[in-house]
Design a protein around this ligand. Sequence first.
Ligand code: NAD
Length: 588
Amino acid sequence: MAHGLAQKESGDPLMPKSDDNRRTFLYTEKRGYEVTRNPHLNKGMAFSLEERLQLGIHGLLPPCFITQDVQLLRVLKNYEMKKDDLDRYVFLMGLQDRSEKLFYRVVLSDVERFMPIIYTPTVGLACQQYGVIFRRPRGLFITIHDRGHIASILQNWPENYVKAVCVTDGERILGLGDLGCNGMGIPVGKLALYTACGGVPPQQCLPVLLDVGTDNEALLQDPLYIGLRHRRVRGQAYDDLLDEFMKAVSDRYGMNCLIQFEDFANVNAFRLLNKYRNMYCTFNDDIQGTAAVAVAGLLAALRITRSKMSDHTIVFQGAGEAAMGIAELISMAMVKEGLAKEDSLRRIWMVDSKGLVVKGRDHLTHEKERFAHEHPQMKTLEDVVRELKPTALIGVAAVAGAFSEQIIRDMASFNNHPIIFALSNPTSKAECTAEQCYTFTEGRAIFASGSPFNPVTLPDGRMLYPGQGNNAYIFPGVGLGVTACAIRHINEDVFLTAAEALADLVTEKDLLEGRLYPPLSDIREVSLVLAVKIIEYAYEHNMATLFPEPSDKEAYVRSLIFTTDYDDFTAESYRWPEESMKIQSCKL
Ligand code: NAD
């Protein structure tokens, strides 16, 4: 299969439309069932008569011709009949397996509605039930026993041109712990967002699950579990697997192939990021993507507090991947404002499961040492907040309800606009709800969460829209930008650039309504802006390896973006006869 003519007319490729004036001609050698059963090619009853004849599928479809708009209507009607979110997830995954373009058309028809189904929080539930809902494999499964021949497994993947890989070993799925091979739902979901939000064509995306076993006893006993039935293999064998995997991906898909790490346990996440960041084109979304989205929220918040980042004292509840990533980027933002590095670190404090992270305390990892300050030990977050009087409190410990009424009220007593981010996922793990935060601060808090919360109406009638610090604001745009200009190594500046670009997109009106992020419905435009900023940054700093440098970067990025419009399989554009349009309108 090869792409033929360029699209016939330009127009905004970001807007999903079904009118046929933007169709591209696509040549395929596949015929018959091979076409209708192939999700990349399948258009269902939207195949024209001429296409049906040419592709040998005449008679394999009902005689009616319908447009993508009508197909969308049918999907939505079916969707409404599903009884819960897991059913909705299964239904949408089934659609993705049957007709990719229609799947993305559906998702883009209402991103705010569908994102929580194909991604957090529902994807967490789906991973927990993966063995039950399993229908068709998606992505590549590589196990610890495949060491020595990973390259040949990669050869089994049917696509020759992959630009983005998302990989997990399933050990820390969201806030849900070790889900082993069932964690595949995460790279599948993330890459669906690469396409839906970033416009990266789906065939250029490869989800990978590295199965090294699981320490989840319930899964090991579950007859429906889809992974290896032994405990996690760790140590040298694990490291060898990772080394071989990274090399095999780069050998097959090039040094510019982006490898996104997702939901690895804390201890491996930092280690592997440090090991590979200067060798391959890679980043860890839990550390760096989270950092960028949280810092974007803080940068937007600074416009409300009318202050600089370096004016703030920030306390983290949690000192893991998310906390470290956010803290590092906050420190970078402070240094950019002119503060010395050491002084920036002194403005950031962390509380972990043992209490305040202070110098000389036990259980300090290398990462925590950077944020350990001279201070007496303190056990509870309440005491820490009272003592340090932070201006911002960020929850990333997956301890539900950790921001008690007392803590929130204390924050409101020493700050005009306390910044309170309850970022733990899923919703059940959030440190506080949006309503609690706004209520206990008389609507003065600047709030963001990891999972979505409904708008809150205050007693004075004001309606506040909680910001959702969703990583989807960042990683699709970063992925699009990095792959578009072939960056070899992704440094932290890329994430600060993304955070600043995202914060700049927040309008004054958004801020007045409590929003710290642009509406999710604008996500494609957001990703495009981020990608263009990253490309500009990359050329300025000699990080891009694509030459010649595109003169109009925005036009260049737009030209790469996946469209949900169906391709045209006939050499000459076929216009539907008036007659078939009538048939269409009397159906459904
Ligand atoms: P992690 O396992 O790396 O870190 C968890 C941290 O919490 C550890 O430092 C641990 O010591 C600490 N902790 C555990 N119990 C505690 C307690 N009782 N008091 C204080 N600290 C305690 O996990 P992570 O990757 O940092 O993720 C943490 C949470 O953040 C998850 O719920 C995850 O879903 C969420 N998260 C949200 C976003 C987002 O909103 N965009 C992004 C990434 C992660």
